[in-house]
Design a protein. Sequence first.
Length: 199
Amino acid sequence: MTYFRTNFEDFCARSGCDTAHINRIYEALGGGAWLAGGAIRRTLIGQALDSDFDFFFKSAEDMAAWEAGLPSGLNLIRETEHHKHWRGTIAGSELPVDIQAIRFRFYETAEQVIDSFDYTVTMFVLDNDDLVTTPYALWDLGRRKLAVHKITYPVATMRRLLKYTKQGFTACAGCLQSILKETAASPEAMGQLDIEYVD
């Protein structure tokens, strides 16, 4: 797979993206973690950041250290074996935010984080000052097309297909077929109904 890495601020400045909100979140919470997925996608296409912010980690120890440094304005509201979810405020903003720490898997690199995602339009991660993505992710995002990258949790991927179509994305010709094939080939998928996945 080909990855694309560039300075996030420079990249956004060229296209007029407003990065103030996402930068505030990442500066307050990003130390020792990667911010990935929907918040970055929404920033790149100029949508409101009204979804959660998903953070990924190299290890359980890194996640614990990150969690210990969370601002006091955040309250833990949900915990599963897959993630922990906080809601509250951070310095510089009175608007509540939803923060998720993803813990069902840990990663060695930012590239590994996005390689685990199901749709190409979710394959965005902040690694310090860098935006890490792929050429296909940028291409599909620009066309508002849903294309499958990798299916690990077929039922969750199907649920997310509905969510993205409501946001104006259109599934490519093979998208639904890929999801249905993977679901049929994975009988254990029906036991994964409680997995919400991320983004």
